[in-house]
Design a binder for this molecule. Structure first.
Ligand SMILES: Nc1ncnc2c1ncn2[C@@H]1O[C@H](COP(=O)(O)OP(=O)(O)OP(=O)(O)O)[C@@H](O)[C@H]1O
Length: 269
């Protein structure tokens, strides 16, 4: 049952508000006198706690969309809203994780994780305890004192994830976060990401080129068209949770992949 269909507990007359919304969201870039419409009229409503993936051909505006939700880019049309408020600048409610981890090499794992807190003047025990528990949760409990050069690529991405989770964001934006990792590590990271974000009730917007990964992780997959980027379809992934690797062998899983591929235009050879 969708939250829209669920009236909620007695006393709550209206359904829960979406945590992230796009209303006619558009972005046109001007490059040396010519205009490139990266995104055109995107309408989307994302529920709290949802895991939603974005797939589409290169250049269809997936990163542009995330950047506008993050407040890193201003729309040229429409608006992005988080918790019902139009996004104007980056906020602590929203964390952003990129493909490369961007860690400071002279700082330990723990010091890297605590860096944003320090920037905001927090050095108290509560934030240090939070950082420790998040470092444990991402599986780096034994590496708090290690330096980035002593860690594998997957471990460095875990540090980046821990740094964001210490913030306790409500929304996590991920732009091909594990794209640079080998398949085995990537699969392990995906499973952990699902476990951690589910447990914390974090809403995830996840950009990937990998349809299998999108179907495996998501509650919904948004399929986008090439330039100008628009939403060309949405697939509900009504597969049980928690998701395990064995799910990929099921017919229902294959059917959903085929459905996404069909919308992308590759479904019929
Ligand atoms: N800062 C910018 N200035 C000018 N054009 C830009 C800028 N950022 C993106 N674009 C253009 O907007 C379009 C969409 O780019 P975007 O990076 O959002 O696509 P994408 O779907 O994330 O691509 P990919 O899958 O390759 O990462 C592209 O044509 C790109 O050239």
């Amino acid at each position: 049952m969708t939250p829209e269909a669920n009236p909620g507990p007695p006393g709550f007359a209206s359904p829960p508000k979406p945590i992230v919304e796009a209303r006619g969201l558009a972005k046109t870039f001007s490059i040396s006198g010519s205009e490139v419409t990266a995104l055109e009229g995107v309408d989307l409503s994302i529920r709290r706690g949802e895991f939603i993936s974005f797939v589409g051909p290169s250049g269809c505006g997936k990163s542009t969309f995330l950047n506008m939700v993050a407040g890193l880019l201003s729309p040229t049309g429409g608006e992005a809203l988080v918790n019902g408020v139009a996004v104007r600048e980056p906020s602590r409610q929203v964390g952003f994780m990129f493909q490369t981890p961007v860690l400071l090499p002279w700082r330990t794992v723990e010091q890297n994780v605590l860096m944003p807190a320090e920037v905001f003047g927090r050095k108290d025990k509560a934030v240090r305890d939070k950082a420790r528990s998040v470092i444990e949760a991402v599986g780096l409990g034994g590496f708090v004192g290690a330096y980035p050069r002593q860690l594998s690529g997957g471990m460095q991405q875990r540090v980046a994830l821990a740094r964001i989770l210490t913030y306790e964001p409500e929304v996590l934006l991920m732009d091909e976060p594990f794209g640079a990792l080998d398949e085995f590590t990537r699969e392990a990271m995906n499973l952990e990401l699902m476990r951690i974000t589910r447990a914390a009730g974090i809403t995830v917007l996840f950009v990937t080129h990998n349809i299998t990964e999108a179907v495996f992780m998501s509650d919904r997959v948004v399929v986008m068209t090439p330039r100008p980027g628009k939403v060309s379809g949405m697939v509900d992934i009504a597969l049980p949770r928690p998701r395990e690797i064995g799910l990929m062998q099921k017919q229902a899983f294959a059917d959903l992949i085929f459905e996404v591929r069909g919308i992308l235009g590759h479904g019929h050879g």
